[in-house]
Design a binder for this molecule. Structure first.
Ligand code: NAD
Length: 376
């Protein structure tokens, strides 16, 4: 499996493979960049082998490991870009634990994982992600101080979802202003796909701002929670991307913007919380641009959560107003991306990547210049 020359490895500072025979831990920690600060990003616990059950065990194992390496590299670079564009003093990193969290995810395994995080001496901070819970991270934190997003404690920032939703809300406002030339959301029709943690907070903001909502989820209780907030139209999950609306807000899973869905999208703004919305960077966002639809790059618009976590890494006390003020800046950042995209006639996703790479490169050069030669 080529690593150093692969597109996803590009520019990684350090990738660490970790194992623990007693607990069965198999993990990979990827540090993409520490130019802006400690590499910070979630710990994904995922059974990468589950889709290879029908092939021989050794083949399945090697494919699962390849997928895990690809995933951790892609995600850690994404965290560098997200943190850079949010103006944070955080670099980008991510970790994956290979296996099924339900059967393998014991406190002992999480402590073993924590010991490995600790060996990186603060170069990487772990946080919650798919397959890990606050309780699992609390177990890891018994072995290391380099864990964030914890509930309680002196600097714990707790659930990031309200801040993520606020960032998506101001991002939608910026996109509507740019594409539809409207400074408020009164009567703007927004289709929300996924009414989980973020989707529900977002629905509240949008209803308060006078938007008309079309919503869906695969969980009835989540739909009912939003129906209780006000007058909303509920549609089936399969059709949400194709409804007649102004804004499509993907807030469920990634990969929702693809060859099949894009020709069916009627919205002129696509702005939601889901990570990795584009199936292929630079392809779907270009398709959307050509169709006259404005795509708000996912890692820029959904950075509210990580913005709220930064203070925890630095052990700072930040009051709610200061935290909100940082999240509200997401609107300005998006406006700059939209303007550059119009000027250069290039997709917003590529523009955002280039802006992020510039920020990281400049910070890296400044850090190197400030480092005495002997310390390099
Ligand atoms: P969540 O799991 O609480 O909510 C996701 C919702 O989507 C659930 O209600 C689920 O039932 C629904 N869903 C799943 N498949 C669906 C489908 N096919 N159609 C319609 N609904 C479907 O997750 P969340 O924390 O609200 O996060 C939502 C998205 O935003 C995720 O992609 C997440 O990675 C991303 N994100 C979240 C945060 C955060 O602070 N929570 C931060 C950054 C990015």
């Amino acid at each position: 499996m080529p690593v150093f020359n692969s597109r996803s490895f590009r520019d990684h500072e350090q990738v660490v493979f970790c194992s623990d025979r007693v607990t069965g831990l198999k993990a990979i920690i990827a540090v993409h960049s520490t130019a802006l600060g400690p590499a910070t990003g979630g710990t994904r616990f995922w059974d990468y082998g589950a889709i290879y059950k029908s092939v021989p065990v050794d083949v399945a194992e090697s494919r699962a490991e390849e997928d895990a390496v690809y995933d951790v590299l892609r995600l850690s670079r994404g965290m560098s870009y997200k943190n850079a564009m949010a103006g944070l003093r955080l670099g980008g990193g991510k970790s994956v634990i290979i296996g099924a969290p339900k059967t393998l995810g014991t406190d002992d395994l999480m402590r073993a994982f924590g010991r490995n995080v600790n060996r990186l001496g603060g170069n990487y901070y772990a946080a919650e992600d798919v397959g890990t819970s606050p309780a699992m991270l609390a177990a890891a934190s018994e072995a290391t101080e380099y864990v964030c997003g914890l509930e309680g404690g002196e600097f714990g920032t707790g659930d990031p979802s309200p801040h993520t939703a606020l960032g998506v809300f101001v991002g939608i406002k910026a996109a509507v202003r740019h594409r539809l030339n409207k400074t408020d959301l009164k009567g703007i029709r927004v289709a929300i796909q996924g009414l989980g943690h973020v989707g529900q907070y977002l629905a509240r903001h949008l209803l308060d701002a006078g938007a008309d909502l079309i919503v869906t989820d695969i969980v009835e209780d989540n739909i009912n929670a939003v129906k209780a907030m006000g007058d909303v139209t509920v549609v089936k999950p399969e059709g949400i991307h194709a409804v007649d609306c102004d804004v499509f807000a993907p807030c469920a899973l990634g990969g929702g913007l693809n060859r099949k869905t894009i020709p069916e999208i009627k919205a002129t703004v696509i702005a939601g919380a889901a990570n990795n919305q584009l199936e292929r960077e630079g392809v779907e966002d270009e398709d959307l641009r050509r169709r006259g639809a404005l795509y708000a790059p996912d890692y820029v618009i959904n950075a509210g959560g990580i913005i709220s976590v930064e203070s925890e890494v630095y052990k700072e006390r930040l009051d709610e107003d200061a935290r909100r003020a940082k999240v509200l800046r997401i609107g300005d950042t998006l406006s700059r991306i939209f303007e550059a995209s119009d000027r250069q006639e290039r997709p917003t996703g590529i523009i955002a990547n280039e802006m992020a790479e510039d920020i990281i490169r400049s910070a890296g050069e400044a850090k190197l210049a400030a480092t005495p030669a002997a310390a390099e």
